[in-house]
Design a protein around this ligand. Structure first.
Ligand code: ATP
Length: 248
């Protein structure tokens, strides 16, 4: 039997005036896989994430999650279905504690009124604490987030996403700006998240990380799909090599 598609993107298109940021992109993400997206600057990768996660409306096309269309659902509805994302820039609430950030993430997956979640729902706090433990920040829950180094902010952003109990995690360039050792540590963390049964879709420029993690990759260029398939095959494709060399 064919592997089950957890997410199906069909002809996804986003136009901004005369510019087509995402142009008829189609792909499936299978349950439990790690799916990579790459391509030069401005290729449309982040816009593709935005339209899957409900942050922008697709101009046309369809997105199916677990077989149901979500292209008209709100960010909150999509989050409650089990899709969470992180952003390219480490975005945490700087003045909040590490635990505070994780609680905000946990609240989004709870489906409960914010005042109940944030102030007294023990289940939300438990999930936030468990997510911090998972990424190795358990003993730093009381620290203020602002002064944390980049890697810790990235881990915190991932913990906050995990705290909403997603079944599919979208990561926008998680390896950007990390040292080699931090890249190794994040590779291990993402493997553990995937081993816990969470499907991962990531945009990534760091080829070493993409090649180590991704079961399949999609290469975008100027809004379109250039190639998709098995990473080694796709990345050695002359057209993909040309686009990458041409953009650097
Ligand atoms: P990068 O690797 O630099 O993050 P990307 O592949 O993620 O690039 P996008 O950020 O999705 O590319 O941008 C794709 C194109 O759409 C770019 O030309 C960008 O300027 C344009 N674009 C993105 N968002 C908007 C917007 N809100 N309004 C107008 N144009 C936009």
């Amino acid at each position: 039997t064919a592997p089950e598609a957890q997410l199906e993107v069909r002809g996804a298109t986003k136009r901004y005036g005369g510019l087509t940021a995402v142009d008829s992109v189609s792909f499936d993400v299978r349950r439990g896989e790690i799916f990579g997206i790459a391509g030069p600057n401005g290729a449309g990768k982040t816009t593709l994430f935005d339209l899957i996660t409900g942050m922008v409306r697709a101009t046309s096309g369809e997105v199916l999650f677990e077989g149901s269309p979500i292209q008209r659902s709100s960010i909150h509805e999509i989050c409650h279905l089990g899709i969470t994302r992180t952003f390219q820039k480490p975005s945490v609430f700087d003045s909040e504690t590490v635990m505070g950030n994780a609680v905000v993430g946990a609240h989004f997956g709870s489906g409960k009124p914010w005042w109940r979640s944030l102030t007294r729902d023990p289940e939300v706090w438990d999930r936030a604490g468990a997510a911090l433990e998972f990424v190795g920040l358990g003993d730093r829950a009381a620290e203020v987030s602002g002064p944390l180094p980049v890697y810790d902010k990235k881990r915190l952003m991932i913990a906050s996403a995990l705290a909403s109990s997603p079944s599919m995690l979208f990561l926008d360039e998680p390896f950007g700006g990390l040292t080699d050792d931090e890249i190794d540590a994040l590779l291990q963390l993402l493997e553990r998240i995937n081993d816990a049964g969470i499907t991962i879709v990531l945009i990534e420029h760091v080829m070493r990380a993409l090649m180590a993690l991704a079961d399949r990759v999609l290469i975008m260029d100027q809004g379109r799909t250039l190639r998709q398939g098995e990473p080694r095959e796709v990345m050695s494709d002359p057209e993909v090599v040309r686009v990458y060399l041409g953009s650097s």
